[in-house]
Design a protein around this ligand. Structure first.
Ligand code: SF4
Length: 470
């Protein structure tokens, strides 16, 4: 299950977003900038395609033998003094994490950006237990202040303009209003530094977990993850079962692909490879390290060879920046913590097709997501498969509700296309009534800004039969 899910509201939310000028401007500007940077960074590596193939092969191999690598990883992590917890679903995960946070006492909880903790709705659960989680990634902190969800998996506050952030800081933090990004950052840094000093527990995500050493790798640009994982006495890392890589050497491929795909950087500014808690009194780092490994629907995805591919995602966000739908409607329209093309395939698989069957239809199937994906996930193929499941669900799943006009339209289409004579008749009708159909038919809104294709005056079949085509 995914927390705070409103995926079935996609059509209404998208319609609202399309009329929100500042939102569309903010998203277009940011995704254009990141997209251009990515394209330049990719051009620097002539063997980019080979790297993508390698990454895909490593992920496919790991996912096919995930049970083996998970056990190897956990054995090695425990030998390094990490306390490992397993959680079947979001409720179990939140309960374990809530207990660990409560045990740390009445201190703020420093949190670094983690999609999986968004997925389980951890912040709200901690708040309900009287605890105070503080997001320390600047973008996450902004959306937390605003009481919103992140709208992008790499750039959580991508939907906000500088002016909106200035208003937010002035109203929530009691500071003088400024639109200067450097000054806004200074304000955030000053406040967050104090939270770090007081924090009794740090919660982070995991970018990669290495089976052969029991280490976890965290990537970031702001330095807040370093502080989250080293200043508080206890560090808790949270990861989905799919984060594993077999060997340390495998990182070489992913560390070249991920930053370039995500932000167009050659390397992320900080790369923290953590292997257990501190061992001696004078060492730096937390006194205790816990690791929570979450399933939450992933093992059922693993059972199916095609769906398993979704678990190869390294959460770089490149498919969001390239997607024409995401770029127009933004992340909140998807009503899920996972927006964009990856969200359209991951959300229905984790939450069930009945709860998110609208999302696979939020795509033009242009294939831009597949072209930029560093691990070559065939997102369009998966979208089609999920669309089929949404209209003809397996036993136990509920079907996506479809408006009567869509059902009638497809029935008429099937009726016309399954007989040669009916096909001829409808082609003829389309030629005769093309003008009124465009002006008054169900496609009139679509045709208002576009030139619809005009049927040929004489069909190819007639020309062929009459020998006009050699
Ligand atoms: S599906 Fe591919 S492009 Fe999209 S976030 Fe995942 S790894 Fe990145």
């Amino acid at each position: 299950m995914i927390a705070h899910l409103h995926a079935q509201e996609f059509p209404e939310r998208a319609r609202d977003a399309l009329t929100d000028g500042p939102l569309r401007q903010a998203i277009a500007r940011a995704t254009d900038t990141i997209g251009d940077r990515r394209a330049k960074a990719v051009l620097e590596i002539p063997e980019w395609e080979e790297l993508r193939e390698q990454a895909r092969a490593v992920k496919a191999h790991t996912l096919a033998r995930l049970d083996h690598y998970l056990l190897q990883f956990v054995g090695n992590a425990e030998r390094q003094g990490i306390v490992v917890h397993w959680a079947r679903d979001h409720a179990e995960a939140c309960s374990i994490l809530g207990d660990l946070a409560a045990a740390a006492g009445a201190h703020p909880i420093a949190k670094s950006k983690s999609m999986v903790t968004e997925e389980i709705g951890l912040n709200r659960v901690l708040e309900e237990r009287g605890l105070r989680p503080v997001e320390t990634d600047l973008g996450e902190w902004i959306v937390q202040l605003a009481g919103e969800m992140p709208s992008h998996i790499i750039v959580p506050a991508i939907h906000k303009s500088r002016q909106q952030i200035a208003d937010l800081f002035a109203s929530k933090l009691n500071v003088d209003r400024t639109e200067d990004p450097a000054e806004l950052t200074r304000i955030a840094r000053r406040i967050l530094r104090e939270e770090f000093v007081d924090a009794g527990l740090g919660i982070s995500g995991v970018n990669f977990a290495i089976a052969e050493t029991g280490s976890i790798l965290l990537l970031e640009n702001e330095g807040n993850i370093r502080l989250t994982t080293s200043l508080p006495k206890v560090h808790v890392a949270v990861m989905g079962v799919e984060k594993l890589l077999p060997r340390l050497a495998d990182l070489e491929v992913f560390l070249r692909l991920l930053p370039r795909s995500g932000t167009g950087q050659r390397l992320t500014t900080y790369q923290s490879l953590l292997t257990g808690a501190k061992r001696r009194l004078g060492d730096e780092g937390p006194e205790a390290v816990h690791l929570l490994i979450l399933d939450n629907g992933r093992s059922s995805m693993l059972r199916n060879e095609l769906e398993r591919e979704t678990l190869a995602c390294i959460r770089c966000g490149a498919c969001l920046n390239a997607c024409p739908v995401y770029r127009h409607v933004g992340g909140h329209s998807y009503g899920s913590v996972y927006p964009g093309p990856i969200g359209a395939i991951v959300t229905p698989q984790l939450a069930g097709i009945g709860a998110a069957g609208e999302l696979p239809f939020a795509s033009s199937l242009c294939g831009a997501c597949r072209d930029v994906c560093p691990v070559k996930i065939d997102i369009p193929r998966m979208l089609l498969r999920l669309r089929a499941r949404a209209v003809a669900p397996s036993p136990g799943e509920s079907a996506r509700p479809r408006p009567w006009s869509e059902r009638l339209g497809f029935r008429l289409w099937a009726w016309a296309m399954t007989s040669a004579s009916r096909y001829r008749l409808t082609s003829r009708l389309a030629r005769w009534f093309h003008g009124p159909l465009v002006r008054f038919g169900p496609l009139r809104a679509w045709c208002a800004d576009r030139e619809p294709p005009r049927p040929a005056p004489r069909p190819f079949r007639d020309l062929w039969e009459k020998g006009s085509i050699q």
